[in-house]
Design a protein around this ligand. Sequence first.
Ligand code: IMP
Length: 197
Amino acid sequence: MIEKNHKIVFATNNAHKLSEIRDIVGDRWQILSLADINCHDDIPETADTLEGNALLKARYIKDKYGYDCFADDTGLMVDALDGAPGVYSARYAGDSHYSKANMQLLLDNLKGVTDRKAHFSTVISLIMGNDVHMFEGRVDGCITDVPSGKGGFGYDPIFRPDGFDCTFAEMTAEDKNAISHRGRATAKLLDYLDGLF
Ligand code: IMP
C-alpha cells in the first residue's frame, strides 16, 4: 500500500512524455521530473538491451537521490536487419540523434528489401523500495518506402502499424497512444501502481 501523493520520479528529460503521463495520473500520486529533483546529470545508457538501459536509469536515480523511480527505453526492431536499429535507435546515424538522418539511413539499408516487418518495443523499469518491476509494450507493423505525415517524432513517418493504412506520423497523438509500444507499456505500469492504492 502506498499513500496518495507518494512521490515517484520519471527519469526522463522529455517534456512530452512527462506531461502525457501526468495527464493520465492526475492527482493520484506525484510524478516528479529530473528537473524537479535538481538532477541535471548525464545518466548513463550504456547497456546493450532496452531492459538494461531502463534499469540503469531507474537505478541511478534511486541510488543517488533515494526516490522511487521509473525509466523507459524504446527501440525500433526491423526483421530484415536482424533487429537493428534496436537499442541504438536514437543514434543509428550518429551521435547527433537526428531523426531525419536516422530514417534516411534505415530506408537506405532497406532499399530493394521486400520484407519490411518491424516492431517498436518499450521497456519501463520501476523501482519501488527494494522491488524492481519491468513492463513491456510492443506494436507490430512495417517500414514504408517513403516518409509520410508530419505528426509524432523519431521514426513515426516511416512506421505503419498493422491494421492501419497510415503511418504513426499521420495519426492523432490520441490514436497513436492507444496502440503504441509506449502507450501499452505505460498502461501496464499504471495498472500496477493503481493496485498499490
Ligand atoms: P527513447 O528510449 O524513448 O528515447 O527512444 C529511443 C529512440 O527510439 C528515439 O530517439 C526515437 O528515434 C525512437 N522512438 C522512440 N519512440 C518512438 C515513437 O513513438 N515513434 C518513433 N520513434 C520512436
